[in-house]
Design a protein around this ligand. Structure first.
Ligand SMILES: Cc1cc2nc3c(=O)[nH]c(=O)nc-3n(C[C@H](O)[C@H](O)[C@H](O)COP(=O)(O)OP(=O)(O)OC[C@H]3O[C@@H](n4cnc5c(N)ncnc54)[C@H](O)[C@@H]3O)c2cc1C
Length: 475
């Protein structure tokens, strides 16, 4: 995964891989902001806490984000009001506001040097200013420092920080948590009231399991893949031209903040698996990408992973607001483990069902899945492999076999382009040189290695040959 600016500036402490079977009270799977905040809120409890991370701590979405800390999220509030009610949207707002306040206290209490600063954020809309006005009207009276003008809301105080420095600081507080990196959980079973998880070579037995993998990795029975989709955006740095922190609330999103002497811009949002538009910026200094889970009804899902099992937890569908939401998740899940109840348990209930929103989102998802599973299998265009450019890839039909092919320095790499999650046909993304699942958003590199879930397993690379090899024609 391409490093972000934040990762280049700061390195988080390294941890060993798991090399023996273990038993623990609470197992947290995933070492992004969510996993770390769950560990933070549980670290002083009576329980023995273990956190396993498939890659390195904080190496995925949490280190590739913009770093805006916002309890005010106009389009999310509007969606929640539409799907549920004004009261639900106001409760969501309140839980984010409390998370913001508590997060600032954590930074101060632990003296976390994460370049936290308080600033006004400007939310604007060209296409739908009336949506901003609706949200403004809903909150007017509760926040005196919010200003509305024609097509813009100025909100103060909100914050920004360096997310990697923040995670580094949180990790340094987790002395009594056992952390393992490069330890990927591959499957889960329950044996006599205990969770048993396999990590390839080793077994972890736990009383409680928190799935903090951003996209939930276990498919059944709860089928989170029917309740959300994944979007991906490009982030890039340019020399600083404007210090204002802005967010365009239109469908074609745009976000900007400043870091050091640069502006950090976010643009080009697309569903994972859709083609990326070319990024035409003449003075960009560095580019990376990030993706997140979008829940169909606007509310994140935090709570019991499966209905009826109060020993396994999930936190997902943050709609690109993971800083406050991972805080809410850490607090809510730790309270469910320690006290068996939490103030916002019903608000974020993962097993709620909204027939109308869920049905329309589900039909769109079903169409994409059908296309990726059926149409793309039948209508694959044939590509002249021999004349492929270097550093390019494709999904093609080769002697009646479907193959993902990538050419790198004269070598051809190939694998069967069927997603290891639920079997959709992968698509090639030329902007990032990756193969992506258009149904649920998993991503693979050109060797078939999984980069982003929900897929857990890599796809075995079946063909590796070179232009110079005699057997080149076999491709
Ligand atoms: C373009 C963009 C900009 C954003 N900017 C902001 C912002 O400014 N402010 C904000 O609040 N939010 C922002 N977000 C949202 C934020 O990035 C995410 O919501 C947040 O990082 C999610 O945190 P997480 O811990 O759940 O996921 P992650 O950080 O992805 O962590 C999940 C971890 O689980 C691990 N894992 C996965 N599978 C396994 C397995 N089988 N075994 C072990 N480990 C596993 C992964 O390796 C990963 O490290 C942005 C999102 C996008 C797309």
């Amino acid at each position: 995964m391409k490093e972000s600016y934040w990762q280049q500036k700061t390195k988080i402490k390294k941890f060993p891989a798991l090399d023996h079977d273990i038993e623990t009270d609470v197992l947290i799977i995933g070492g992004g902001l969510t996993g770390l905040m769950c560990a933070y809120f549980l670290k002083d409890s009576q329980y023995h806490i273990t956190l396993v991370e498939g890659d390195e701590i904080g190496s995925h979405s949490s280190s590739h984000m913009t770093g805006k800390i916002s309890y005010f999220q106009p389009s999310v509030l509007k969606n929640i009001k539409q799907s549920f009610s004004e009261l639900t949207a106001l409760r969501y707002f309140k839980s984010n506001l409390e998370a913001y306040i508590s997060l600032v206290e954590i930074i101060e209490k632990n003296n976390i040097q994460c370049d936290f600063s308080v600033n006004p954020h400007y939310f604007y809309s060209v296409d739908k200013p009336q949506d901003l006005k609706t949200v403004y009207d809903m909150l007017e009276g509760s926040i005196s420092t919010m200003e509305f003008t024609t097509n813009q809301i100025k909100m103060f105080p909100l914050g920004t920080f360096d997310p990697v420095k923040y995670m580094k600081g949180i990790v340094e507080t987790l002395d009594n948590v056992n952390i393992y990196e490069h330890t990927k959980v591959l499957n889960h079973t329950k044996i006599q009231h205990k969770h048993v998880l396999k990590t390839g070579q080793h077994r972890i037995t736990a009383k409680y399991v928190v799935v903090a993998t951003r996209y939930p990795i276990f498919n059944f029975p709860s089928m989170y893949f029917l309740k959300m989709h994944q979007v991906r955006s490009a982030l890039f740095l340019t020399p600083q031209r404007d210090r204002r922190i802005v967010l365009c609330e239109d469908d074609d999103i745009y976000s900007r903040r400043n870091i050091d002497h640069y502006n950090l811009h976010v643009t080009n949002e697309r569903l994972v698996g859709d083609k990326e538009k070319p990024l035409r910026v003449y003075d960009k200094i560095q580019t990376w990408h990030n993706q997140d889970c979008i829940s169909h009804d606007g509310l994140p899902m935090i709570g019991y992973y499966d209905k009826g099992d109060c020993t396994m937890f999930v936190a997902t569908g943050y709609n690109k607001w993971g800083i406050t939401m991972s805080h809410v998740a850490g607090k809510l899940i730790s309270e469910l483990i320690l006290n068996k109840e939490s103030e916002y348990q019903d608000l974020y209930e993962p097993h709620r069902f909204k027939p109308i929103t869920s049905a329309s989102a589900f039909s769109r998802l079903a169409l994409r899945t059908m296309k990726a599973e059926i149409v793309d299998r039948i209508v694959l265009k044939k590509v002249d492999i021999e004349n492929m450019d270097n550093h390019s890839g494709t999904v093609t039909d080769l002697d009646d076999t479907m193959v993902a092919v990538y050419k790198e320095n004269g070598h051809y790499y190939g694998f069967v382009p069927v997603c290891s999650h639920l079997g959709c046909i992968l698509k090639y993304n030329s902007a990032e040189h990756t193969f992506e699942c258009p149904c649920h958003g998993s991503r693979f590199d050109y060797t078939g290695k999984v980069l982003d879930g929900p897929a857990i397993e890599s796809i075995e690379s079946t063909i590796v040959t070179s232009e110079d090899d005699n057997n080149e024609k076999e491709l």
